[in-house]
Design a protein around this ligand. Structure first.
Ligand SMILES: Cc1cc2nc3c(=O)[nH]c(=O)nc-3n(C[C@H](O)[C@H](O)[C@H](O)COP(=O)(O)O)c2cc1C
Length: 192
């Protein structure tokens, strides 16, 4: 059986923060079950946000910027599962994450408005796991989870989510409940 390919896009600058640790619970379980995992730590990469040039919808079928985001955008076409994780910063995702997310605009077909059911350039059958974490209560930023899930669905992903809430900012804050959720999702998605 083909080994599932996972890319793990880490949107927090905290390498061992809550979202990174929850994502790791997912990827380690998936690896043990035979999947391959490639990590992308956005904070250590050099890339620009979307320039709104529409080059991806006029001159090219891909984003015309060439930087560290290029490889991630390429990998989205081949990966079976993509993990997107970010802390909530001021009622949105981190700047690092948002800048990358905007670059995903190049995954949308130019005719997406007239044909919204086939809006994505990605092959069908992709799965996304979206992990967000915050200090506030679960309901405080549910809009963020809903909004980012909605766009992932537009890109054609089947979306799983984990919203880690009521956390403190200590590096070793207890994320065991969410790690268990992540491990459970890995077991569902990566069959042995
Ligand atoms: C600049 C900044 C802005 C933040 N804004 C919010 C916020 O609007 N709502 C919230 O609940 N937590 C907010 N937080 C807390 C983080 O979302 C929270 O600590 C999160 O769990 C960190 O995830 P990480 O460990 O993966 O980086 C903020 C933290 C920082 C540093």
């Amino acid at each position: 059986m083909k080994r599932l390919e996972i890319i793990n896009i880490l949107g927090s600058p905290r390498k061992n923060g809550t979202t990174a640790r929850i994502a790791k619970a997912f990827t380690e379980t998936a690896e043990r079950r035979g999947a391959t995992v490639k990590d992308y730590y956005l904070n250590g990469m050099q890339y620009r946000g979307c320039q709104g040039c529409e080059g991806c919808h006029t001159r090219s079928e891909k984003c015309i910027l060439r930087d560290d985001a290029t490889q991630i955008l390429e990998d989205l076409f081949t990966a079976d599962i993509t993990v997107f994780s970010s802390p909530v910063y001021f009622g949105d995702t981190s700047g690092q994450f948002k800048s990358f997310y905007d670059r995903m605009w190049s995954l949308i077909r130019p005719e997406y408005i007239s044909n919204p059911t086939d809006a994505s350039r990605l092959p069908k059958g992709k799965i996304a796991l979206l992990i967000l974490s915050q200090v506030d209560t679960r309901v405080a930023h549910e809009d963020v989870l809903k909004r980012y899930s909605m766009y992932l669905k537009l890109y054609g992903f089947s979306v799983k989510t984990i919203l880690a809430s009521d956390l403190d900012m200590k590096p070793n804050t207890d994320i065991s409940t969410y790690a268990l959720q992540a491990e459970q999702i890995a077991r569902e998605l990566v069959l042995q």
